[in-house]
Write a protein that binds this ligand. Structure first.
Ligand code: PBG
Length: 324
């Protein structure tokens, strides 16, 4: 007897059948763990708005990197929290600065087993908290900032970073970083461009994580949430400037942009599952309102399904353990 119905439920009947037809993969090697290291810290410092995430000491950072390598993660992205800041972010280019020292520490510990990635931006190092240097009128000066980024790129490469992540949204930053690297023979150091980075309220917890000094906002350089085409254009410009990977950030409120960028470029696409996205799930789970582990995996799968090849997430190590 012929059924009058088409029955998609047939392929959902057992876990094995569901596994057979699963369209999206989630592997440890696709996940990058962002970490914070605090200059002078003698014990890890918990970040109140990001339960489970800390500002590392040099030692606890090394241990986290070893664990990340053992778990087979795709990378570790380092952010520095310096004790002293100034108008031009000097700590960012100082080989003894907290971030450059952390890059060297981690690179010495994990070698090529785990790609060591470094945030290339001035906001943690400036006393005004902006991602660049300011002009006489107090505006973020694009081209003067690029000169500092070039120096920062050379310092991070010298420290041993494998991948640099320019995240300041200055025009031309990828080309300048690429030139700076090639100029010192660091042709193997890759650039993961924060291409479509939106001015987002969801960065709130990160600002606590890095002790941000920012007053005001970043709307003259980060993108407007209303624009998706502009995100595609930014990614295309970065590919033309030599980006090895491009990134969309945040991830969850911008999954459409992830998809559009994925369809528009031919380099790997990363998406950053940011601090506010992490905090929302953690807060709801702490209240008993959602199943934490299921929500984490569903979140990461959704970003992969949207088209991200690589996902930066504070849950990277935990998710890798869950996926084992
Ligand atoms: C800026 C930077 C930001 C994040 C990473 N690098 C955002 C910002 O303050 O504008 C956010 C990451 C997160 O929220 O998890 N260099």
């Amino acid at each position: 007897m012929e059924s009058p119905y088409l029955r998609p439920r047939r392929l959902r009947r057992t876990p094995a059948l569901r596994e057979l037809v699963a369209e999206t993969t989630l592997r440890a090697g696709q996940l990058v763990l962002p970490v914070f290291v605090r200059e002078g810290a003698e014990a890890p410092v918990p970040i109140g708005s990001m339960p489970g995430v800390v500002q590392h000491t040099r030692d606890s950072l090394r241990a986290a990197a070893v664990e990340a390598a053992e778990l087979g993660l795709g990378g570790i992205m380092l952010f520095g929290v310096p004790t002293a800041k100034d108008a031009v972010g000097s700590g960012a280019v100082d080989p003894e600065g907290v971030l450059n020292r952390a890059i060297a520490d981690v690179a010495a510990e994990v070698g090529d087993a785990l790609p060591v990635m470094a945030d290339l931006c001035l906001d943690e190092f400036t006393d005004h908290g902006h991602c660049g240097v300011l002009d006489a009128a107090g505006r973020v000066d694009n081209d003067a900032t690029l000169e500092v980024y070039a120096e920062m790129a050379r310092a991070q490469a010298a420290a041993g970073a494998a991948v640099l992540g320019p995240s300041g949204m200055m025009d031309g930053q990828v080309a300048v970083v690429r030139d700076a690297l090639d100029g010192v023979g660091a042709t193997d150091v890759a650039v993961m461009a924060y291409s479509a980075k939106y001015a987002s309220a969801f960065y709130g917890p990160f600002r606590e994580a890095v002790d941000s000094s920012l007053v005001g906002d970043r709307r003259t350089y980060q993108q407007d949430a209303r624009n998706a085409l502009e995100g595609v254009r930014e990614a295309q410009l970065d590919v033309a400037e030599g980006a090895d990977l491009v990134m969309v950030k945040p991830a969850l409120a911008y999954l459409d942009v992830v998809r559009r960028v994925r369809d528009a470029v031919d380099v790997p696409v990363a998406a950053y599952n940011i601090s506010g996205e992490y905090a929302m799930v953690e807060a709801a789970a702490a209240n008993g309102w959602i199943d934490r582990e299921a929500a984490i995996l569903e979140t990461l799968v959704s970003i992969r399904r949207a088209g991200a090849d690589v996902v930066l997430t504070y849950w990277a190590a935990e998710a890798a353990r869950m996926l084992r």
